[in-house]
Design a protein around this ligand. Structure first.
Ligand SMILES: [Zn+2]
Length: 323
């Protein structure tokens, strides 16, 4: 996400009781605890604000493919005489940083943008990227979600329909390939996983696989039940990502360190399976969500995976919802 972790944690790690009383004092008592929590958490706002001042860093990967980190999800860039192709569009407010990073990769204009899914941290840049020449390609469900009011319950946030220029003009619901800059690009929809509109993008010759938010490298992932995601879907997607990769494949995750590989992906998949099984056993034994969170079913993984926006209790809740 390109957020400074310390900043984020210091703004987020209020305890609920202190926060509620602070909100009470500040507003004369008008906020309910739930509103106060959403207000203080304000993840969407926090991420947008942070993107405005975050630098965007480019990493050259292989062949004519690079990855940009610092504007929402990790953005893959294919360069060459046919024009630039982007996988994901980042957050609109970081347009200056993205423009600079893109021109640093070559002079050719932007011609294509593929959205891995509809979430704002992957599609908020759609409108400006379209205005400078990108044709937008996405899963049909991504177009649907971008076209309608979308409530994400777990972020306590309502997204408005995107402006016309931000709506994908080419949609797909099955595998689709494209040849650009001497590169074979393959787009493959997943079964519902992180959302119901996820797709992966492969750059064949360079052996690079962008898996969108079906994989968060080194951090617990968000799972969007509001638009069709589930823990089991995430595990199935992880298995298909593993099957699509060799030890030589460069894997670009939606979030986390932007250059990854099969063994790191395997650790992510194994973590998901272990936590799913533990949470499912607790739920089956009749534990409530609160009791399940208190039992700390993620404990063995927290030091490695629990240090970012999706903290252990939040991730436990996301898994509990789906088992
Ligand atoms: Zn996402």
């Amino acid at each position: 996400m390109g957020l400074r972790r310390k900043q984020l944690l210091s703004r987020r790690h209020f305890c609920l009781c202190c926060m509620s009383s602070a909100a009470f004092a500040a507003t004369g008592g008008w906020l309910t605890p739930r509103q106060a929590f959403a207000e203080a958490r304000g993840l969407v706002t926090l991420i947008k604000d942070s993107a405005a001042s975050s630098p965007v860093t480019a990493y050259k990967l292989r062949g004519n493919v690079s990855v940009l980190e610092g504007s929402g999800g990790n953005i893959a860039v294919l360069t060459g005489p046919d024009g630039k192709l982007l996988v994901d569009g980042g957050i609109g407010v970081s347009r200056p940083q993205l423009t600079k990073a893109l021109s640093g990769l070559g002079p050719e204009p932007l011609t294509h943008l593929i959205n891995t899914h509809w979430h704002f941290d992957h599609s908020d840049g759609n409108e400006w990227l379209h205005s400078v020449g990108a044709k937008i390609i996405a899963h049909e469900n991504t177009r649907k979600h971008l076209s309608e009011i979308q409530r994400v319950e777990d972020w306590d946030y309502n997204f408005l329909p995107s402006p016309a220029g931000a709506i994908p003009s080419e949609i797909l619901s099955a595998n689709r390939s494209l040849k650009l800059n001497g590169t074979s690009i393959e787009m493959k929809p997943y079964k519902p996983a992180h959302t119901d509109g996820d797709l992966s993008v492969t750059f064949g010759e360079a052996d690079i696989l962008h898996v969108g938010d079906t994989y968060w490298n080194g951090i617990y992932p968000f799972i969007d039940y509001s638009t069709g995601g589930s823990i089991d879907g995430m595990i199935i997607a992880s298995d298909s990502n593993l099957a699509a990769a060799t030890d030589n494949t460069i894997i670009i995750p939606g979030h986390g360190k932007p250059v990854s590989n099969k063994s790191e992906l395997k650790a992510f998949r194994d973590m998901l399976v272990d936590i799913r099984d533990k949470v499912a056993a607790l739920k089956k034994a009749g534990r409530t969500l609160e009791e399940t969170v208190a039992a700390k079913p993620t404990a063995a993984h927290d030091a490695k995976w629990g240090q970012f926006v999706i903290d252990p209790p939040f991730f436990t809740k996301l898994v509990y919802e789906g088992v």
